[in-house]
Design a protein around this ligand. Sequence first.
Ligand code: PMP
Length: 370
Amino acid sequence: MARFDPVEGLRPALRTLPEYQALEDLEEVAARYGVDPADVIKIDGNENAWGPSPRVIEVLRKLDYHVEWYGDDNQTALRAALAGRLGVPADCVIAGSGSDELIDQIFRMYLGTGDAIVTASPTFGMYAFDASLHGARVVDVPLRDDWTFDEDAMVAAAREAKAVFIPSPNNPTGTLLPVTLVDRLLETGALLVVDEAYIEFADVASLAARAAAEDGLIVLRTLSKWGALAGLRIGYGVMSPAMADLFRRAKQPYNVNAAAEAAAIAAIEDAAVLDERARIVASERERVTRELARLEWIEPVPSQASFVLMKLARGDGRTLRDELRKRGIFTRYFKSSRLRDYLRISIAKPEQNDRVLAAIAQIGEELAHG
Ligand code: PMP
């Protein structure tokens, strides 16, 4: 008998799996470009340049929780802390190992082979990645040239689909989902997932309270950005109590590890510190956007998130990314043809942003004069 064939044995949907473009390893890229990893300004992953808040560092240093035991499968303390911060009942809150896990759980629960989801590209890559894992179809309604939604086309597509996934602010454009479109999409009967990974940097209210009160709406949030806990993997979702109950029953047991749970609770206790840092990021984002706009070859997209996407009239995204890498600045370039002339930079601390702006200006001069 022939042995098991790992490719032939795959579910058909997985045989043509596209690769998710994860971040390249910092140490590896630094070595390739001959820069010291300790000096790198890492603005490629929309992480938080301040790092965890003081209370989180203290809790993690002396993690006296019994890590030889499984944690609380109900995540009672964590959900209570999250609910308190959001002003929603704890039974409307679910937690996961990053919001990425919760996106995957939405697919596991609601989207199977042949089901359709609606997205508006360019957008966060995980929705399409999970769709291909689960054999679901992506009906993409691209954002217009000014990065606004084609609302009528979105609504028409949603009527034929099972779910709609929209980040607000969107990654990578930093633009918001208008409330009028939320209303219209909910009326189609499709499940609406609003991914608020960057909402703490925006000057609009979260839809979390609405998600707790209405059926058909899930709001996803994360501690990766505001909370600076990306490496610990902790995200959460808000939805009606009935739906949240189904999610808790269908999740992997102990899906949030004990260190992440303790850190997340400490971060919420330190909310004042983290809110202040988010406020600085938002004001730095405005300053960086203004400074970039002064360069005649750059057109920044007005953003409500912790990053800025910019259009380049000199070189292309890959060229600028590589030139910045040589100077120890790591940014995010996207391979899609629509974003070939764009680069995304996360907003870091003020002095780091100054270095980034100076490097971009210098590279612009070099590109202009050959
Ligand atoms: N949603 C969006 C829009 C994101 O940009 C990201 C992170 N890149 C995530 C979700 C994933 O967040 P987490 O770290 O909680 O999995």
